[in-house]
Design a protein around this ligand. Structure first.
Ligand code: ATP
Length: 347
């Protein structure tokens, strides 16, 4: 049984359709990220799962129970907001205690034990007496997470909980979230617009575009095999080229210029205009005259352990991140190679 199931959900605000027929099934214990650009509807979707926003049509099933019309407190979920929403006049301990009091979960003694346990889990026991304003951003974030998990909900919803933190703290909080997920086995739905964050945290990524699911899959599927131009661009693929496919018997080439073409592993039987993508780290540069596609180096930027090149083949510009020590310079003629199985033909 799925922990959360959305069946053909739509949401309108006035005339504007914000979610357009989204269905998804999230397994018990799964860590799923809802990823997409600002305004694509991630938060709206999460708020509908939480019961903070009504659906226009479709149904939401949580733990096997149709929850579409249930108020938030009747759904077995907890949510951590971007703003943390801590109660400023209460101590850390009482903030975490709050949901247990509200829902009258357990005796006073049991409540206190649970609060102690989760504070230990998020390493905040020593700050239990402090008020939220006496904490750093990362500590406040941990209090918010502790408060969310203390009532042992079936599902944890996280709305960009790391976006207010600086880069280093974010990284360590990501590690803590992974650990927390391992320890609790909680079904987790995480909203983010940061593809790296989604890649590093999730079992599965659901990529949203203008209120619809663009693509979903494991991080390596989304990273390595984007299916559409939008997915490729959003997942940070640096080379997205409009080319002509030419199939000749058992081989298919993507033509970049009169003399230059790249061999493809798929796309057989296709001819004509298509879009291909490959990542910059998958491009190899070799000296001129070797087997491959002849190109001209436009820029070479030294990054320490790597060199970032932009090379041109006809009217196309190709980005390349080279880790070997060959040093080409702007103006050099080089050979570009990309392993055929690394080149995706987009839908
Ligand atoms: P962000 O990453 O910027 O938070 P998001 O993907 O979470 O974006 P939502 O906040 O879900 O996007 O918003 C989706 C669309 O719905 C936006 O165009 C937004 O302006 C609109 N929207 C959200 N809430 C309301 C509301 N209460 N009334 C009217 N329009 C709304």
């Amino acid at each position: 049984m799925a922990a959360v199931e959305l069946i053909d959900i739509t949401k309108r605000f006035g005339d504007a359709a914000v979610i357009k027929g989204v269905s998804m099934s999230i397994a018990k214990g799964e860590f799923v990220s809802l990823l997409g650009p600002s305004g694509c509807g991630k938060t709206t979707l999460l708020r509908m799962i939480a019961g903070l926003e009504q659906t226009t049509s479709g149904s939401i099933v949580i733990g096997g129970k149709d929850s579409t019309a249930l108020p938030p407190e009747k759904r077995d979920i907890a949510m951590v907001f971007q703003s943390y929403a801590l109660l400023p006049h209460l101590s850390v301990f009482d903030n975490v205690m709050f949901p247990l009091r509200m829902r009258s979960i357990g005796t006073r003694q049991e409540q206190a034990r649970r609060v102690k346990d989760v504070l230990e889990m998020v390493q905040l026991s020593h700050l239990a007496a402090r008020r939220p304003r006496e904490l750093s951003g990362g500590q406040q974030q941990r209090v918010a997470v502790a408060r969310a998990v203390v009532s042992r909900p079936q599902v944890l919803l996280l709305d960009e909980p790391l976006s207010n933190l600086d880069a280093r703290l974010r990284e360590s909080m990501q590690e803590e979230l992974i650990q927390l997920h391992r320890q609790t086995g909680l079904t987790t739905i995480f909203v983010t617009h940061d593809q790296e964050e989604a890649l590093s945290l999730s079992d599965r990524i659901i990529l949203l575009n203008e209120g619809k699911i663009e693509q979903q899959g494991t991080p390596s599927e989304l990273y390595g095999a984007p299916a559409t131009r939008f997915s490729a661009a959003f997942m940070g693929s640096s080379n997205i080229l409009d080319v002509n496919l030419e199939t000749d018997g058992a081989t298919c080439h993507a033509r970049l210029s009169a003399e230059g073409a790249l061999l493809l592993a798929d796309g057989y039987g296709r001819d004509g205009a298509a879009t291909i993508t490959f990542r910059q780290e998958e491009v190899q540069l070799a000296p001129a005259g070797q087997t491959g596609c002849s190109a001209r180096v436009e820029t070479a930027i030294f990054l320490g352990s790597r060199v970032r090149y932009v090379v041109s083949v006809g009217a196309h510009h190709i980005r390349c991140l080279a880790t070997d020590s060959k040093n080409f310079r702007a103006g050099d003629t080089v050979t570009v190679r990309v392993a055929p199985n690394r080149i995706r033909v987009l839908d």
